[in-house]
Ligand binder design. Structure first.
Ligand SMILES: Cc1ncc(COP(=O)(O)O)c(C=O)c1O
Length: 435
């Protein structure tokens, strides 16, 4: 038998190095920057009443996104439930606005569950790996408000024992992993184990298994969700009819990337990362890249077509969604100011990347707008935070005529996976203003 050929590493390396991740179209960038400069008075008015730095949370943007996402999916599916993924931004004001917009809340810890209960939410789903007994106890104690998405056979056993102890019946679903091979195997059970899980759940007197859940992250297109829906259809086709008739919901998770796409510095592109690993410069900081993303309407159309084709012929149930990033990304702006100008092309700001929780802008590109000296011209300058680490970077360029100490800078669209990841590291965190 012929042995499989090892992949030609040098050829693969050359392919990646020769790749050019698409550029962010300059017109789109300019329109985005103009949109935020047009809102300058709104930002400056808030700053008349509140000191810098601050997170500005805009309820009207949240409501707008919530409405658009709902319309997109309600148009193509008969019965849909919407649950805001609290982890994407766990500020209670954000959850409150979405709760008022008739979203349920998707929580992943006892902390998030307590917050949802304190808001008075009556429609909560609790998912996530490694739920502790204490967290399960809290969920069971509020079984009228909470559906528990079970993550494993072990969790099923613990939940049954806790529910029996409290003499409560609990409405549940089970999470299916979308990738049993890599690190994603930590989430849920493998789809092929569903028959065994159903048998085990049938032996639990306090568990009502009513649904299924899966989730895939960072989807620029609906392809990953569509692929899993197809697989799920095959698995469900082999399930006993008693199981199928019980199913009230299939929760297809979140993972919808905002339509502006993924904006990257050269160092964030595959070819840039490889250049850096080879000890070279990733590319010019003046070049901005973008992986395009589908609109939410395109997500809804393709996902619903897959559901109609692969799931509804077997099970006619409610479809639930758990969007996070798509809803809250654009709804929070970060306002900071320049404290020190150390060179014509080097300024230090009053807030550091502990406010976003990770070294985001080493790889992600976000335009920095000088609200004090607005201009659509982008100039090179190292804009760095005040933490004692060289990784504390906002960016290498700014939109403005000039930049001086005291200038107010806008880092737009910092609503998703930033506030939730903020760190108490060296400097105080910005205050939060909700409008
Ligand atoms: C189970 C689950 N649902 C929903 C989400 C929200 O995903 P996104 O913010 O990408 O929409 C996540 C994010 O990690 C998740 O783990």
């Amino acid at each position: 038998m012929r042995k499989a050929q090892p992949p030609d590493l040098s050829q693969r390396l050359s392919e990646v190095l020769a790749r050019t991740t698409p550029l962010l179209p300059p017109d789109e960038l300019r329109a985005y920057v103009q949109y935020h400069f047009d809102r300058r008075d709104l930002y400056l008015e808030v700053l008349e009443r509140h000191p810098l730095p601050l997170y500005l949370q805009e309820s009207s943007i949240l409501r707008d996104r919530a409405g658009r996402l709902k319309r997109a999916f309600q148009k193509v599916l008969p019965a849909v439930g919407f649950y805001y993924a609290v982890k994407s931004n766990n500020h209670p004001d954000i959850a409150r606005v979405l709760f008022e917009a008739e979203f349920g809340l998707d929580v992943s810890s006892g902390l998030e569950l307590e917050m949802a209960l304190n808001l008075g939410a009556a429609d909560i789903i609790f998912s996530g790996p490694g739920k502790t007994d204490q967290e399960l106890h809290l969920a069971v104690a509020h079984a009228d408000q909470v559906v528990i998405l079970i993550d494993s056979f072990g969790e099923l056993r613990r939940l049954e024992s806790i529910a029996a102890g409290l003499n409560r019946n609990v409405r549940c679903g089970v999470r299916l992993t979308v990738n049993p091979d890599g690190l994603w195997r930590k989430f849920g059970i493998v789809a092929q184990e569903l028959p065994a899980f159903y048998d085990a759940a049938c032996r639990c007197d306090h568990i009502q298994l009513l649904g299924l859940q899966f989730h895939s992250s960072w989807n620029l297109s609906p392809d990953p969700q569509v692929a899993f829906i197809q697989l799920l259809g095959k698995v469900l086709a082999d399930m006993p009819v008693e199981f199928i008739t019980r199913i009230e919901f299939i929760d297809i998770g979140g993972g919808y990337w905002p339509a502006q796409g993924e904006w990257l510095q050269a160092a964030g592109t595959p070819e840039g990362k490889l250049q850096e690993a080879l000890g070279k410069r990733a590319g010019a900081v003046e070049t901005h890249h973008r992986f395009p993303a589908a609109t939410i309407e395109a997500f809804a159309d393709r996902i619903s077509a897959a559901i109609h084709e692969h799931l509804f012929p077997i099970v006619a149930c409610r479809i639930c969604l758990e969007p996070g990033r798509w809803i809250c990304n654009d709804a929070v702006q970060l306002l900071i100011s320049v404290v020190d100008k150390k060179a014509p092309d080097l300024v230090i700001t009053d807030a550091g990347t502990n406010t976003v929780g990770w070294e985001r802008f080493e790889t992600d590109y976000c335009p920095i707008l000088n609200l004090t000296r607005p201009s659509l011209h982008e100039k090179p300058c190292h804009i760095l935070g005040s933490l004692c680490t060289p990784h504390d970077i906002w960016g290498y360029m700014y939109f403005g005529d000039d930049i001086q100490p005291g200038d107010i800078l806008l880092i737009p669209a910092q609503g998703a996976y930033t506030y939730s990841l903020r760190q108490h590291f060296i400097k105080p965190l910005p205050s939060v203003v909700t409008i």
